[in-house]
Design a protein around this ligand. Sequence first.
Ligand code: G3P
Length: 304
Amino acid sequence: MKIFVDTAKLDEIKEACSWGIVDGVTTNPSLIKRAVDDAKEQGKEIDMETYIWEICKTAGKGRPVSLEVISLTMKEMIEEAELLYSKFNPATENVVIKIPINTRIDESERIDYDGLKTIKKLSQKGIPINVTLIMTPEQALLAAKAGASYASPFAGRIDDYIRKKLGLEFSKGDYFNFELIEKIGKKMLDKHLKSSRGEPAASLHLDTETKNSIGFGKDNGIESGVYLVKSIMKIYRNYGIKTEVIAASIRNARQIRQMAEAGAHIATIPFPVIRGMLQHPKTVEGIKSFSADVVPEYRELFQS
Ligand code: G3P
């Protein structure tokens, strides 16, 4: 699985690239805002053009950098995408344009299809597209059909959505134990089916309690962000779809393990979560005891 770093902070990109584990970078307007806010706190000003150019240069050739458009209609998104691509891609040849799968904010707007139309038009022009804000396998299928090079399912936000609907309390980095939620749903269903023994199947499969226990902790059949990625991978494999899946909105190391198990092509990981991937108390304990056990004879070897 390739690892992208999900940040617009130049110091984080530089540091992570220096470790030799980074295959690309993803940004979005919120991540750019965080980078700008950080700079302001340090009393610095960001010249956006130079700054983005630095990001692309730091990543370098062969490591894609996703830059997102900011408008909501096709015409404007195409103009912005072309501007970003023509400004930054010629020097580093690694720019990918991020387009949301759907840009409708308001029920009254009729721009449900502008995301798709934009993806198609830009892909036809040879501009690589990373389709963002994917929350369902259906959206991922449409993104691929429209010509996306990458599809970014937002796993963490799906976990948040399910946890909120369940009324669970959690912090952003907490692992979502969907396996447990799944077991609870199955227990609920078993209990209900046992208590309604003798009732005709036709009425049973329609009753609210059956539906509630089957749908317990799921978003239209999707159990978690990891399941979302698994489902997309399955669909893409079924049809030999070449679009690469970027598991995005990643919150913790265990989620990354499950994305790798699911066969995600790429995980885009926030800088602090990469640190979490390195940590284990037994590693700390081990390094302490190895350090304590160094005998002078062995140490001398390195001093001579
Ligand atoms: O790559 C998408 C990511 O930046 C969104 O993450 O944590 O805001 O859901 P998050």
